[in-house]
Design a protein around this ligand. Sequence first.
Ligand SMILES: Nc1nc2c(ncn2[C@@H]2O[C@H](COP(=O)(O)OP(=O)(O)O)[C@@H](O)[C@H]2O)c(=O)[nH]1
Ligand SMILES: [Mg+2]
Length: 160
Amino acid sequence: MKRVKVVFVGETGVGKTTLATVLATGRPPDASAMTVGADFHVLRDAESDVTLVMFDLAGQERFRHLAPGIAKGADVVVAVFDVSKPSTLSLLGDWSEVLNQEGVKIVLVGNKLDLGPSVGPEDVRRVAESLNAREVVLVSALYGHNVEKLKETLIRIALS
Ligand SMILES: Nc1nc2c(ncn2[C@@H]2O[C@H](COP(=O)(O)OP(=O)(O)O)[C@@H](O)[C@H]2O)c(=O)[nH]1
Ligand SMILES: [Mg+2]
């Protein structure tokens, strides 16, 4: 069994907790389960024999100093933005300490696709390039759209 550490980063409200919960359990979390500090979710994939241990960092400014410690040794970092809120894409640069860890594999995820994207594909491509992201996946965590694809992507990248 291969155990993989996955860390989610991104602004408060982009859907990190929803996404990690849906990946782990197939269902969104109960309303108002706001993350304080950090939380973790486990996804065991029997087929590939991979276990993803997903750390969901709180986006709040006051907890941000905890991020590098929690993210230390991550195999994969999932950088999440909200496709309906362009500022959340540009603010991903704030997580550089986590994103620039040696040997880490980065997946850029645009969430809330159901709201209709207002972030342009050019901007997404530019940020993906600057973060050195291996993949870009657009999802709707709340409606489960492309969540299976993200799961497969995470497992494939974890094994690569
Ligand atoms: N419309 C829509 N709302 C979402 C989606 N994912 C999460 N949300 C909502 O966005 C809000 C913030 O989500 P949360 O997971 O707590 O974000 P976090 O702060 O990044 O952990 C909640 O009200 C979620 O229900 C999505 O795919 N579409
Ligand atoms: Mg959260």
